[in-house]
Design a protein around this ligand. Sequence first.
Ligand SMILES: [Zn+2]
Length: 243
Amino acid sequence: MKKLISMFAAGVIAATACSCAKTNVLQTSAVPVGWLAKQSVIIDAGHGGADGGGVSVNGIPEKGINLSIAETTADLLRLMGYNVTMTRTEDISIHDKDAEGLKEQKLSDMKNRLELFNTPDSVCVSVHQNRFTDPKYSGAQMFYHRPNTEGQKLAEALKARITGYLQPDNERETKPTDDELYLLCNCENPAVMAECGFISNPEEAALLEQKPYQHEMAFALFAGINDFCISSGRISEKNTKNK
Ligand SMILES: [Zn+2]
């Protein structure tokens, strides 16, 4: 609980710190409304174990940044009463014990993540970091599976909070994907891959590698998920579960 409170405090501090930006987030925030909502949320920290994901310009693998942001997002959601499951809470692959060899372990790992993403009536977010050969690109971008219209709404909600809190100049469109992202295209729930920023961009990598910015990003993801759960009617505006 102590951890939860300190994490929440970090988020509130993040929101307060951002209130000097273009919008006053404390006035526009609907954050407290989700209190005691028992809505299920699945948070995936991308990669883990032998699969480090992308590597930043400073040599930091994506997997640890993903886990840090995912854990704080999960803590904030739990504090507000959400029923949160994380795909991993350590630097591991979650493959079955009998999976042998990296390829088979990766397939098993993704299958197990998908199984969690298909928990009935859940809202799903997979946390990743982006990279590109040209270091000039920066900014978060949300991806959803094209036919998943609820996923699109979730992506827009996340984008709105990230641009509102952290990246007012980010004009990246939320992007539909076809069948290239296994988790998204096989998920039966609203699902988004949240690429929080470019670790190939020196300035953004420096931010994403630091706890304070990770906490701010987590707060934006948490608030976006909460917004989506309210606007889609998954939780009621009267602070109780809407089912
Ligand atoms: Zn990744």
